[in-house]
Write a protein that binds this ligand. Structure first.
Ligand SMILES: [Zn+2]
Ligand SMILES: [Zn+2]
Ligand SMILES: [Zn+2]
Length: 274
């Protein structure tokens, strides 16, 4: 399994357009970046590729990394930074299966699969495959399981992607608070590589209108606001899951410049062989 981190940033990316903060300026000076979230997973046994989420930066990411176009894709949830790159499929793909959860979101009265199908009904190449969470589905030769996470007010899903032949396992937290249900944690457990949402360091919870939550024994917030894990929350998740290796993703430019480009925060273009 070859994993390429196409996009490791949050919804505005780093550098953020028009932003002159030290973190964005440092990224420009060092010519490094965090575009909107997407991960490319290649099955080196079958030659197939699976895409996780359609970043609005889809075209640029594929040109930059020179990875193969995907044979199938998964959409974790319907936020802009994970879905709105799907329009790039137009005139580039003849056909593409897009897997998304089939559970009705009580907030909007439809599932992720239904929203994707409805919003992109003009894309004849796309076939949406409604997928039941917590059940394994074979995609591109991998056993893939969507797991419910906690990203209010919308439903959102993490992922476990396993090669049934080699046992290699990639887990993704998805966009989530620290309150990932136990049943989901059990599916995500023991990955060779964990990609965990770590939007900001916990110290920045003071700047959030409702602060942080899910504090640890020392009072450090593992959730920023309600929707995302802090850096400390993501690392606590990695510990809880027993991850062999962890990269922090969905990173915002709000990290102070001194903290923004250090381990284990991911940058675009990193690759991993599992
Ligand atoms: Zn900035
Ligand atoms: Zn989101
Ligand atoms: Zn996001």
């Amino acid at each position: 399994m070859r994993v390429t981190l196409l996009g490791t940033g949050d919804t505005t990316g780093t550098p953020t357009v028009g932003c002159e903060c030290d973190t964005c300026e440092t990224a420009r000076e060092r010519d490094i970046e965090r575009t909107r979230f997407s991960v490319h997973v290649e099955n080196d046994r079958t030659g197939e590729s699976l895409l996780v989420d359609f970043s609005p930066d889809f075209r640029y990411q594929f040109l930059r990394e020179s990875v193969a176009l995907p044979d199938a894709a998964i959409v974790s949830h319907i936020h802009f930074d994970h879905l709105d790159g799907l329009g790039n499929v137009f005139r580039v793909f003849d056909s593409l299966d897009v897997y998304a959860a089939d559970e009705t979101d009580p907030e909007i009265g439809e599932s992720v699969a239904e929203t994707v199908a409805g919003d992109y009904d003009y894309l004849d190449a796309v076939t949406v495959q409604p997928t039941t969470p917590l059940e394994s589905t074979r995609i591109c030769g991998f056993d893939v399981t969507l797991v419910p996470v906690d990203h209010p007010p919308l439903v959102c899903y993490g992922l476990a992607i396993e090669d049934p032949e080699t046992g290699a396992k990639l887990s993704l937290s998805g966009d989530t608070s620290y309150a990932i249900p136990q049943a989901s944690r059990e599916v995500l457990a023991d990955p060779d590589l964990l990609l965990a949402d770590a939007i900001v360091p916990a110290e920045l919870c003071d700047a959030h209108p409702i602060g942080g939550r899910h504090e640890d024994e020392e009072g450090v917030a593992r959730t920023f606001g309600t929707k995302h894990m802090t850096r400390e929350g993501a690392l606590a998740l990695a510990d809880d899951l027993g991850a062999t290796q962890t990269r922090l993703v969905h990173i915002a430019h709000f990290y102070p410049a001194d903290d923004a480009f250090v381990e284990p925060l991911a940058l675009d273009g990193e690759t991993y062989e599992l």
